[in-house]
Design a protein around this ligand. Sequence first.
Ligand SMILES: Nc1ncnc2c1ncn2[C@@H]1O[C@H](COP(=O)(O)OP(=O)(O)OP(=O)(O)O)[C@@H](O)[C@H]1O
Length: 293
Amino acid sequence: MLRVAGLTRRFGDHLALDDVTFDVVPGRMTGFVGANGAGKTTTMRIILGVLAATAGEVRWQDQPLTQDVRRDFGYMPEERGLYPKMKIRDQLVFFGRLHGLDAERAAARTDKILGRLGLAERASDVLETLSLGNQQRVQIAAALVHEPIALVLDEPFSGLDPLAVDAMADLLREEVTSDVPVLFSSHQLDLVERLCDDLVVLSRGKVVAAGAVSELAAGPTSTYRLVVDGDAGWLRDVRGIQVRDVAGGTALFDVLDGAVEQKILQEAISRGPVLEFGPERVALSDVFREATR
Ligand SMILES: Nc1ncnc2c1ncn2[C@@H]1O[C@H](COP(=O)(O)OP(=O)(O)OP(=O)(O)O)[C@@H](O)[C@H]1O
């Protein structure tokens, strides 16, 4: 497990990170979100050892993270670090070798990943001749080529079209075995909700929410939505609930009393077709807005 433990970072008088603590669990994708300037890149740079913490530390398997271990991480930095004038395939093989793969393995991994990202035909092209989206794909390939033990990705999906996002997400899922923790920052909350298992929300250098996306986005289970093919006005007379809103066949209500929602479902079915019934989910964007207010 990768653990960020009490990270604090000052830039002069500015407290960019204030006692930031969270875990990135192996085999799970952790989304790292927060407004501009919240401290995501600073946290990631400290994890990767290119910036020192003022206080706190990064731990790997319950030990302080060392440079030796970091070499086996896959990293996609904010300032993308590839060689513009080098051919794509040569560059990826080079990165693989740099991280300790032998020549044959580095070539095999490069070809596999380029194929999965739809870039096999561009393998001999120079990086800077590619579109920005394709350069981004090569960046993710560079992070993955050496079979990393952990992945730290700063905005890996920015600038990609939806098909490219899907291809990259599929590749990540395939590459991320049960013992690899993945941390990625993003401003695309819909993507984070779709791709991540866990979420860390940062606001002005502090962790303001963390946990499983399913739990954070589940919302209060006491609020239910009922959609019927008819008028749902009868709900106003039901005891044990507080109706929030009824408009035609759509109703939103809070359950005040135990199992009353099942009785409501039965009543609704006896009155006609039920189109939708269940606890109301909160959008991740609402969780985010609430957490970063
Ligand atoms: N080298 C630096 N010197 C001074 N201040 C810095 C430095 N790096 C970051 N900061 C400040 O630290 C704060 C956190 O910045 P950081 O880049 O980590 O935020 P972020 O969450 O990644 O933002 P964004 O979403 O815009 O990329 C900001 O106020 C930023 O101005």
